[in-house]
Write a protein that binds this ligand. Structure first.
Ligand SMILES: Cc1ncc(COP(=O)(O)O)c(C=O)c1O
Length: 447
């Protein structure tokens, strides 16, 4: 019987042909580090609803969900209609337009701490702007961030996001970045007590990688108290959580209000786009008019060719009108719960040291945690060493699992999400694919 790897090489032969061309063009043959796949990635030609179709015609149930940007699935009719109409009216005005106002009004209606809005092109850019605003507002320079929390790939936030050391970051930026262990309020307090030059604290409010290392509402409240006491800005990176876990994001769910919030993904309805929102007096540091009035000379520059692009605005408006109801969030949460339970039942049946965990619509895999005889229901990520959670287990098993699932018609990553387009049949099929892959892994002598 062929191994999983042999099946993969054979079944996805024409994907390999494209990958070989891509290897001559792109580093690793890919255009984003997150798409790195051994021995080669899958190439997609089309997507609809809960599924993507590979260039070989194979249908794959998709749990990448556009890296969290697609709450409803691929091409929801409301968004297709909005973008189709807008594309007839122009894709780029280099001018103000009414859609940006409608879009921002929806953002302010939903996100409780949003008094003002500034659109950016991506989540990375939103965090870049938020940090610059925090430095300008406080007149201080340093940023506290947490191990494993991802805020984009720019210099100020990439240190500590991965276990691998980062290159190309200047010493001056490293000196301005304080990386604390996740959920460690004492470490944060110590820094705030001893260093008067801290401008802000940034975090993903549901924890590193949207809950791979989960955090608690209590930790958020403690951060809020400390930051207020020490005159430091609290920045919630709600690029994944915004609109996804609740219409008002994590801040509404946990009732903790940050000074600044960064948004992207669901914000733009599956098209590129981001935003910084927050207190008027902080966002007004971008304003020429306000700065002239205050004569402070503290203007934060913010430009961007594609900011509030009309296509993204049209998609974003259509999306936010739907997320406003709270129905999609409840639906994806229920789907994720059913999927997590189904996958864990299989793990328990096979007595594997694996677990699928997460909250809201999130599906997190830990494959090979090396604590044998631990039932998945007894797994408590808060009791777990955060480095182990971050590593996600055994790299070889993770690769084979991914390959086996792709062969069985499921494209799921170690950190995935459900979308409203997923049907009960999709969930059942995914659980069956997981069981099939485990059988193959056993036959390969991997587990
Ligand atoms: C929490 C979080 N912050 C920031 C980013 C960066 O956003 P973008 O990829 O749009 O630059 C991401 C992207 O995955 C994210 O998940």
């Amino acid at each position: 019987m062929p191994t999983i790897l042999e099946r993969y090489q054979q079944q996805f032969q024409n994907h390999r042909n494209l990958a070989q061309q891509a290897n001559q063009i792109f580093p690793d043959g890919i255009t984003s580090d997150g798409r790195y796949t051994e021995p080669f990635p899958i190439y997609i030609q089309q997507a609809q609803g809960s599924k993507k179709t590979g260039i070989c015609g194979k249908e794959l149930i998709d749990y990448w969900g556009g890296n969290g940007a697609l709450l409803l699935g691929h091409n929801p009719p409301e968004i297709v209609a909005a973008v189709t109409q807008q594309i007839q009216n122009g894709t780029h005005y280099s001018a103000c337009h009414s859609l940006e106002i409608e879009w921002a009004n929806l953002v302010m209606e939903l996100i409780p701490s949003a008094e003002r809005v500034r659109f950016t092109n991506s989540g990375t850019e939103a965090n870049l702007l938020a940090i610059r605003l925090a430095r300008t507002y406080t007149g201080k320079k340093k940023l506290i961030r947490f191990v494993g929390h991802y805020h984009g790939w720019h210099d100020s936030v990439i240190l500590g996001a991965n276990e691998t050391p980062e290159s190309g970051i200047s010493q001056s930026i490293s000196d301005m970045t304080i990386v604390c262990p996740p959920n460690d309020i004492h470490a944060v307090e110590k820094w705030l007590q001893t260093d008067p030059d801290i401008a802000g604290i940034i975090l993903e409010p549901t924890g590193a990688c949207s809950g791979v290392i989960p955090t608690t509402g209590k930790f958020l409240s403690q951060l809020r108290e400390l930051t207020q006491y020490y005159g430091v800005l609290l920045i919630f990176d709600e690029i994944i959580t915004g609109f996804r876990i609740a219409p008002g994001g994590a801040q509404a769910y946990y009732q903790v209000m940050p000074d600044l919030t960064t948004l992207a993904k669901v914000l733009a309805g599956g098209l590129p786009g981001g935003a910084v929102v927050g207190k008027t007096e902080i966002l007004n540091l971008i304003s020429k008019r306000e700065q002239a009035k205050l004569a402070q000379g503290k203007k934060v520059s913010h430009l961007g060719t594609f900011n509030a692009n009309p296509l993204s605005a049209a998609a974003g408006i259509a999306m936010l009108k739907i997320v406003k109801t709270g129905e999609p969030q409840a639906q994806v949460e229920q789907l994720a719960k059913t999927l997590r339970r189904g996958l864990n039942d299989i793990i328990d049946q096979h007595h594997l040291d694996w677990v699928v965990y997460g909250k809201f619509s999130c599906i997190k895999f830990l494959i090979g945690h090396q604590v044998h005889h631990l039932k998945t229901a007894d797994f408590d990520p808060y009791q777990w060493n955060f480095c182990q959670l971050m590593r996600r287990g055994n790299p070889e098993l993770r690769q084979r699992l991914r390959q086996g699932l792709l062969l069985s018609g499921v494209d799921i990553s170690l950190s995935s999400v459900t979308m409203t387009a997923h049907s009960a049949a999709d969930i059942e099929q995914t659980i069956a694919a997981f069981a099939q892959t485990i059988d193959w892994m056993k036959a390969d002598g991997l587990i």
